[in-house]
Design a protein around this ligand. Structure first.
Ligand code: TXE
Length: 480
């Protein structure tokens, strides 16, 4: 049985209590490795190591840190295939998706921030000859980087790259459900010669590792991606301690199709937005609003498109969808589908677990599911399901669809499909979301401010926003 280890002070080590949790392969439903069941002792050790490392790392030049991130990327790239297979095995996602999205993005994250730090600048404010102010941007200290299971290596690198580039040291806590690629990444750090203690990775259960980390008095900055309830809990710990906090939480994202949209393109995007990564992306379009004039035609085309998706072995090149991440999560999704039926929803496609053959028969597969007939205010259209489930809702005009789109507590992303550019701008300005796409979905420029409104989070990450988040501004005023 493969044993995952913590990475603390430059070494791969067992958890201090010697205890481990089972780690499942979602495609087979079987345990295939064990992950440290760490606790506050491991966190204390990691924070101590990060604090000591901070003294030197924070004094290194931007060029040095940039080169170190590039080295990490180059070594990670040499191991791309190993990471693709590991990510798929740990998470259930198709290898083709890990090869197309997760690994390229992890490499880009490291390279992007390695470059960004060299192009960063800070402000100067001139007081008309009386004085000048300049603002230093200094690292903060030990950063906690906590990431979710849906895009494990992608989210880990998205957080640690800007934190390290700006001169902070890091204690990272990957999801206990998908720890494998973070473990492999710690080996990359060793191979690259990353100075000890600069990055520490502590594995284990959410609360048991997360609470001692976020409440640690020597951790002044916390970046978190995960569920909204966990985000609320973390905020209740960090706010009274005046820590800097960035929260990237859930979404219940509207996908709006007007009757003048490019039909084929919008059907294709609607299907991708609903089902990519088994619907387990915070940006997935899980509420699909379709103009009433094209509703029936669009519905038929979507069903046809989604029914062609091949759910199967994540290892095979022809699988479009793999397994969802865990048995608990599969059961939660299936119970939400039952709830939708009880609320009067009609299942147009899927709605059931898919049982595959042989080794895969215990795997957590769910057929892509399309539901219609639910009120936009009902629980299914308000709460995040985070699975391959989309609810379709007709609308009659702009005003009505804006009201329905904005009716949830979330505000992460939205997509609008129309060939009328004025309408697109008008509606985009009125949707309460941090990220809006017009005639596309999941098109990401790493420089943009990324994050959500309302219960989808606080703060923005990406580009200079991340560099700002991981630094403290200090203004210096000089009387002339
Ligand atoms: O999230 P958690 P889970 C949503 C989605 C999903 C729900 C729960 O709706 O169904 O969140 O997923 C760590 N202190 N998203 O269970 O529990 C945990 O160990 C500190 C949206 O994965 O929030 C993991 O590393 N950390 C999301 C991370 O937090 C704690 C992507 C996320 O776990 C902690 C994934 C604590 N007290 C799920 N408790 C998105 N927006 O991308 C747990 N953790």
């Amino acid at each position: 049985m493969k044993k995952i280890l913590n990475y603390i002070d430059g070494e791969l080590i067992e958890p201090i209590n010697g205890e481990y949790l089972d780690n499942f392969n979602p495609s087979t439903g079987k345990v295939y490795s064990v992950v440290p069941d760490s606790d506050h002792d491991d966190i204390n050790k990691a924070v101590k190591a990060a604090q000591i490392a901070y003294n030197e790392w924070s004094q290194t030049s931007k060029e040095y840190r940039s080169e170190m991130l590039l080295k990490l990327a180059n070594i990670l790239e040499l191991h791309t295939q190993e990471f693709i297979e590991a990510e798929s095995k740990d998470n259930g996602k198709p290898e083709t998706l890990a090869a197309k999205v997760d690994l390229p993005r992890a490499l880009t994250n490291l390279r992007f921030f390695a470059s960004a730090i060299l192009h960063d600048s800070s402000e100067m404010h001139d007081m008309d000859g009386e004085a000048i102010n300049y603002t230093l941007r200094q690292p903060i200290g030990v950063a906690a980087c906590i990431s979710a299971w849906n895009l494990p290596i992608y989210l880990l690198t998205w957080k640690i790259a800007p934190a390290l580039a700006t001169g902070n040291t890091v204690v990272a806590k990957p999801s206990e459900i998908t720890p494998m690629t973070a473990y492999l990444f710690s080996k990359v750090c060793i191979e690259a010669g990353l100075p000890k203690g600069v990055l520490n990775i502590v594995h284990g259960a959410g609360k048991k590792v997360g609470d001692p980390l976020t409440s640690h008095p020597d951790v002044p900055v916390v970046s978190f991606t995960g569920g909204t309830a966990t985000g609320q809990h973390i905020s209740s710990i960090t706010s009274p301690m005046f820590k800097k906090l960035s929260l990237e939480l859930g979404g219940k994202n509207p996908n709006i199709i007007f009757d003048d949209a490019d039909f084929e393109k919008s059907v294709s995007f609607a299907s991708r937005a609903a089902f990519t990564n088994q619907g387990q992306i915070c940006l997935c379009g899980s509420r699909l609003f379709i103009h009433e004039k094209i509703y029936e035609k669009f519905k038929k085309a979507l069903i046809q498109k989604a029914s062609k998706l091949n759910i199967g072995n994540p290892r095979s090149a022809d699988s479009n969808l793999g397994a969802v991440v865990s048995k608990d999560h599969m059961n939660k999704i299936l119970s939400k589908i039952k709830e939708a039926e009880k609320l009067g929803g009609k299942i147009l496609l899927g709605g059931t677990r898919k049982i595959l053959q042989g080794d895969l028969k215990e795997g957590y597969y769910i057929n892509p599911t399309i539901i219609e007939g639910l009120d936009y205010k009902c629980s299914i259209n308000q709460e995040e399901i985070f699975g391959p489930v989309v609810s379709i809702i007709p609308f009659k005009d702009e005003e009505q669809v804006i009201t329905m789109a904005n009716s949830t507590k979330y505000g992460l992303s939205a997509s609008i499909f129309t060939e009328n550019i004025s309408k697109a701008h008008r509606v985009a300005a009125k949707i309460d979301s941090g990220v809006i796409w017009i005639n596309t979905w999941l098109l990401r420029d790493l420089r943009i401010p990324f994050g959500g409104m309302k219960h989808s989070g606080i703060g923005r990450e990406g580009g200079f926003n991340s560099l700002r988040f991981f630094t403290e501004p200090k203004n210096i005023c000089i009387k002339l």
